[in-house]
Design a protein around this ligand. Structure first.
Ligand SMILES: [Zn+2]
Ligand SMILES: [Zn+2]
Length: 353
């Protein structure tokens, strides 16, 4: 078994007060509890949720001071005495769900993201924007040794989340899914997962550039909401019989697409909400929802099995994440770009600099 010298102190990005900014400083390295592992985080993706955690603008309190981050890929360097199935030196990933009770009615049915005692990385417990992070061993992603830790980091939240949404849609190979926000970070992964699962993806987003990238990633069709005269009709027309997609994956960060999706989804189809526009509401005509038998549902993050499946698609080369790597010390710059809506693809931070 590998042996690691774990330092007493480490570099971290710390949110000291709600609203930020993050402070790059040295903090103590924590020891894992009996059922936990300590992961030397090498790379961590930066998710929009991390910005919300820093700003404190969600209706759910964070811990303070807080180390954010929930897409951390690294190496297990210490573990508690109850951890039997992970060895020191194994690759592992910190994801949004840091831990859950494993005993409630949700955990018993592998719905652990719904556990009332769930611990959330970079939100209610410290996350991956530090060199050494702790997670419950039962919940860390098992990352195969041949995977590139830098490239796999964004799969740990973005990848798992869109893959879970596609599973929740109930679609079968050969069917059509409209992906709203297809040109964004989550969207570009959703298009690839959809294709890999044998689905036809109809990408919806704004602008020619996004259309080009969405098509290159394997979408069957692209509908540009900026140039479309009749979005609803255009989305329906992108299916061979003109009756619309069998499901809609909503990754958008504004409210309007959430109201519109029921208009173009096929009868008997499902509308799956994933994006979280602040303060948004869902509104759909009851009459149409009933007589066309439309399902409207939410999809949160994946469970442990979804995690391993999402990683497996990545491992087979079916999903590639466009990312840009910067030092952990530059995290505030990434947040600033995010606030301005200037991020294309995913930012990954390297904890060694
Ligand atoms: Zn995330
Ligand atoms: Zn539970």
């Amino acid at each position: 078994m590998a042996k690691f010298d774990v330092p007493k102190e480490q570099w971290a990005q710390v949110v000291e007060k709600s609203g930020g900014p993050v402070v790059y400083k040295k903090i103590p390295v924590q020891q894992p509890g009996p059922d936990e592992v300590l992961i030397n985080v090498k790379y961590s993706g930066v998710c929009h949720t991390d910005l919300h955690a820093m700003m404190g603008d969600w209706p759910l309190d964070t811990k303070l001071p807080l180390v954010g981050g929930h897409e951390g890929a690294g190496v297990v360097v210490a573990k508690g005495e109850l951890v039997k199935d992970i060895e020191l030196g194994d690759y592992a990933g910190i994801k949004w769900l840091n831990g859950s009770c494993l005993a409630c009615s949700f955990c018993m049915q592998a719905d652990e993201p719904l556990c009332p005692h769930a611990l959330l990385s970079g939100y209610t417990v410290d996350g991956s924007f530090q060199q050494y992070a702790i997670a419950k061993a039962a919940h860390v992603a098992r990352i195969p040794k041949e995977m590139d830790l830098e490239a796999v980091a964004p799969v740990l939240c973005a990848g798992i989340t869109v893959y879970k949404g596609l599973k929740e849609s109930g679609l079968r190979p050969g069917q059509y899914v409209a992906i709203v926000g297809a040109g964004g970070g989550l969207g570009s992964m959703a298009v690839q997962y959809a294709k890999a699962m044998g689905l036809h993806a109809i990408g919806i987003d704004g602008g020619e550039e996004k259309g080009k990238s969405v098509k290159e990633l394997g979408a069957t069709a692209y509908v540009d909401f900026m140039s479309s005269k009749d979005l609803v009709q255009d989305v329906k027309n992108a299916t061979p019989d003109g009756l619309g997609p069998h499901a809609v994956l909503l990754l958008a960060v504004s409210e309007k697409p959430f109201q519109q999706a029921t208009e173009y989804v096929r009868s008997r189809g499902s509308v799956v909400c994933i994006g979280l526009p602040a303060g948004a509401y869902l509104k759909a005509p009851v009459f149409d929802t009933v007589i066309r038998m439309i399902s409207i549902k939410g999809s949160y993050v994946g469970n442990r099995q979804d995690t391993q499946e999402a990683l497996d698609f990545f491992g087979r080369g079916l999903v590639k994440v466009p990312f840009k790597t910067v030092g952990l010390s530059e995290l505030q710059n990434v947040y600033d770009l995010m606030k301005e809506g200037k991020i294309v693809g995913r930012y990954v931070v390297d904890t060694s600099r």
